[in-house]
Design a protein around this ligand. Sequence first.
Ligand SMILES: Nc1ncnc2c1ncn2[C@@H]1O[C@H](COP(=O)(O)OP(=O)(O)OP(=O)(O)O)[C@@H](O)[C@H]1O
Ligand SMILES: [Mg+2]
Length: 344
Amino acid sequence: MNNLQNKENLTILAIESSCDETACAILRDGEILGECISTQIEIHRLYGGVVPEIASRNHVLSIDAVVKDAVNKAKITLNDVDIIAVTKGAGLLGSLLVGVSYAKGLAFALNKPIIGINHIRGHIAANYIEHPDLQTPYVGLIVSGGHSAVALVKSKTHLEIKGTTADDACGEAFDKVARVLGLPYPGGPEIEKLAKSGNPIIPMPHVKMKNPLDFSYSGLKTAVINYVHNAEQKGVEINKADLACSFQKAAVEMLADHAIELALSENINIIAIAGGVAANGALRDTLTLKAAPHNIKVYYPSKRLCTDNASMIASEAYVQIRSGAEFSDLTLDARATLSLVTDC
Ligand SMILES: Nc1ncnc2c1ncn2[C@@H]1O[C@H](COP(=O)(O)OP(=O)(O)OP(=O)(O)O)[C@@H](O)[C@H]1O
Ligand SMILES: [Mg+2]
């Protein structure tokens, strides 16, 4: 029980800084009033990936302006905010600490409560912003830069992981393959763009796991790397678009198949995708196409809400508060790793 559980016009200011996006959003009763996001992609592109120390320094530089901009866009004052929500983990520790420290300062100055939010739970909750009709139970497919899992979402606050990755996360595999193909960071959108002009004609391995719902992306990634190295040694020019297309097809089919398998075995007719890779058009289309004959409906957030943002953090905070979750306090700390199941 918390003192905001039944409050009307519940206004949440959320802060997200777990990786290379500094973001703030204000949601009222689950609807976005205003949001601002400052991305560091151009800065980290120079290094081919996120440099943690540079990321935290840039969060410090932009967080105040980002929060002020979101508040202005929402056409509210800070006094109208009922609670401050902030990503407490998982993510880069230095980056998380910037958001958590700022949020605690704001909560103290405004004399408002604070609630720490699990970033991956936030990715899932991005679906609730635009799909208030999304009912539990459903199958959740969580595919981001650091996570790949297929889960049975029994209620908005209770889920069970049924399959997870044995090695690389799906987004990580997209990023690594992109790097081998000479594409800039972040690799996922670049692979998707290149794949549009290619054909899926290069054979890719289909890994079978002991738990058929588990994933493995390492073998798929290595197959692409080996293909490139073999061609280089033989002096043969590769068709990068065909390779990107073949890799993407194998990667998204594995995701779609596992999500549908779980839905069928649990007799569930809803699948919702979440995380950065959920922005991938091939994944959305493949899953929707494969699910249709089984009368399974597929949900996903709009693309800007798939990758890191603060609206998803506010959305998860809304779920938590309405379910009666305890608030955090000023001892709230950032955590580099969190359990998706137990660390709400
Ligand atoms: N269109 C796309 N197709 C495939 N992958 C994509 C696409 N857009 C983004 N991605 C991938 O999504 C990942 C970024 O997603 P996200 O921001 O959720 O990850 P993260 O926050 O770094 O990790 P996590 O959420 O697991 O902590 C990157 O690996 C990126 O390449
Ligand atoms: Mg993320």
